[in-house]
Design a protein around this ligand. Structure first.
Ligand code: ZN
Ligand code: ZN
Length: 410
C-alpha cells in the first residue's frame, strides 16, 4: 500500500476514530506486522497533541502458540501488573485505538474448552474495567488492516498478493479513504446523516417496524418502550465525539424479545463457529423462532438456536441503506466489523442496554422486564434487499414509510 494512502488512513483512525485530545494518553494495540501503519498513527497522535502514545504489540502466530502449548492454568493466570496497567490507563483517562488484523478461525484447531476457560478467567478478573469502553467513559476505536491469511479466505481464487491488494481496496473503500478525498470531512457528513436518521426514528417512537420484500420476508418487529436508536459516533461524558467502529453504517435498536412475528429470509451467508450457513430463514411467533431452515449447514443453525433460551429471540434490529459502500462491494469479509454493516440485519441473542432509556444502569432482570433479551450469543445476520420496504407503525396505528426500495426515505 502506498505510504500517502496509509498516512491518510492513519490520520482518519486517530482524528475521526479515537479523536485523541491535546494532553491525552493514547494506547494502541496492534499486530507487529502492521508496524508501519502503527508508526503513522503514533505520528498523527503526537500531531494532534497526545501527551504520550503506548503500544501493546501482538502477533497472531504467537497467540496461537500460547494457546497450543500453555496449560489451562497458565492461560488463566492474569498477572497483577496487567490489572494495574489497565487501572492506570483508566485513571489517566486514556483513549484506545485497536488496529485489528485478525485471521478468521485462527484458533479453530484449539480445544474450545481451553479457550473458554482462558477467556472466562480474563473476563472475571477484568470485568470491572470493561465499563470504561462499554459506557464510553473514554474514546475508543477499532480499525482493520488486511493480512495475507485473512485475504486468502475472502478471495480464495486470487494469488496471495492479489488477495491482499483486493482486501486493501475493499477496506479503504468501506472507510471512505480515497486518493482524491478528505476522509475526515466525509466522516463528519456521514455521522451527521446517521444521527439524523436516529433522531427522526427516536422522535417517532414506533411500536412496530414492518419489513417486507419480494423474497418472502414479511416480519413485524416490535420495539421496546422508550427505545433509543443509536448510530454513528458516540460522546464521552466530557463531550468528546469519537467513532468506535470504522466502518459503521447502521442505526440499531432494541426489539421486544416477546413481540416479533412473521418470516424472515437471510440474504447473505452467515459465518458461525467456522461454518458458513447459506440460504436460511426463520419464522417467529410471539418473539420465538418456531421454525427455520437452511440450504447449507442447517446443523450449525440448529446448534446456534439451541445455545440457550435467548438464542431463539432477537436482541438487535439494524437499518442500513442498501446503497451503502460495504453493501455495494458484495463481499463476505468473515469479520463482523464489516459484514454487519453490509445490509439491514437482525441479531439473535443479547441486546445492547444503550438502546433503551436507563438501560446501562439496569440489572439483567430489569432489562428482561422491559423486553430486552439476554443470551451468551449475539449473532448478526443480514436480511436487507434492494426492494426492502420498511414501515414504522405507531401505537395509534399510524403508518410512516421508513425504507423504500432498500433505502432510507426519512
Ligand atoms: Zn448491528
Ligand atoms: Zn449486532
Amino acid at each position: 500500500m502506498n505510504s500517502e494512502i496509509l498516512k491518510k488512513y492513519a490520520k482518519l483512525a486517530v482524528v475521526a476514530g479515537a479523536n485523541v485530545q491535546p494532553g491525552q494518553l493514547l494506547v494502541i494495540s496492534s499486530s507487529v506486522t502492521d508496524w508501519q501503519f502503527t508508526e503513522y498513527c503514533v505520528e498523527e497522535a503526537y500531531k494532534a497533541g497526545a501527551s504520550a502514545v503506548m503500544i501493546n504489540w501482538n502477533d497472531e502466530n504467537i497467540s496461537h502458540m500460547n494457546y497450543e502449548y500453555q496449560s489451562v492454568e497458565t492461560l488463566c493466570e492474569i498477572p497483577d501488573w496487567y490489572e494495574e496497567k489497565t487501572k492506570w490507563e483508566h485513571e489517566k483517562k486514556c483513549a484506545y485505538l485497536h488496529i485489528a488484523s485478525r485471521t478468521p478461525g485462527l484458533l479453530r484447531d484449539i480445544d474450545p474448552e481451553k479457550i473458554k476457560q482462558a477467556s472466562l478467567a480474563s473476563m472475571k478478573r477484568m470485568r470491572k474495567y470493561q465499563a470504561y469502553t462499554m459506557n464510553n467513559l473514554g474514546q475508543w476505536s477499532i480499525v482493520a488492516l488486511p493480512n495475507p491469511k485473512w485475504a486468502k479466505i475472502v478471495f480464495p481464487d486470487k494469488s496471495e498478493e492479489e488477495a491482499v491488494q483486493a482486501l486493501w481496496d475493499a477496506i479503504l473503500f468501506s472507510v471512505r479513504v480515497r486518493e482524491d478525498n478528505d476522509p475526515i470531512a466525509e466522516w463528519e457528513q456521514h455521522d451527521a446523516e446517521l444521527l439524523k436518521h436516529c433522531d427522526i426514528l427516536n422522535a417517532h417512537q414506533f411500536k412496530t417496524m414492518h419489513f417486507e420484500s419480494s423474497n418472502g420476508t414479511d416480519l413485524k418487529v416490535d420495539l421496546v418502550k422508550n427505545h433509543i436508536w443509536v448510530g454513528g459516533g458516540c460522546k464521552t461524558p466530557e463531550g468528546v465525539f469519537f467513532n468506535p467502529n470504522m466502518p459503521t453504517e447502521e442505526c440499531f435498536c432494541m426489539p421486544d424479545r416477546n413481540n416479533v412475528n412473521g418470516k424472515v429470509y437471510a440474504t447473505k451467508p452467515l459465518n458461525y463457529n467456522g461454518k458458513v450457513i447459506e440460504d436460511f430463514w426463520f419464522e417467529f411467533k410471539d418473539g420465538t423462532v418456531v421454525d427455520y431452515g437452511a440450504a447449507k449447514e442447517v446443523e450449525a443453525l440448529k446448534a446456534l438456536l439451541e445455545t440457550d433460551e435467548g438464542s431463539r429471540h432477537l436482541g438487535e434490529v439494524a437499518l442500513i441503506s442498501y446503497d451503502s459502500p460495504i453493501s455495494n462491494l458484495n463481499i463476505l469479509f468473515f469479520n463482523t466489523l464489516f459484514d454487519e454493516n453490509a445490509s439491514c440485519h437482525l441479531a439473535l441473542g443479547r441486546c445492547y442496554p444503550e438502546n433503551v432509556e436507563g438501560g446501562i444502569e439496569m440489572e439483567e432482570e430489569q432489562l428482561a422486564a422491559v423486553g430486552g433479551n439476554s443470551s451468551m450469543n449475539h449473532v448478526d445476520f443480514m436480511f436487507g434487499t434492494p426492494d426492502m420496504k420498511v414501515t414504522g407503525i405507531k401505537e395509534d396505528g399510524t403508518e410512516v414509510p421508513v425504507f423504500l426500495n432498500g433505502n432510507f426515505i426519512i
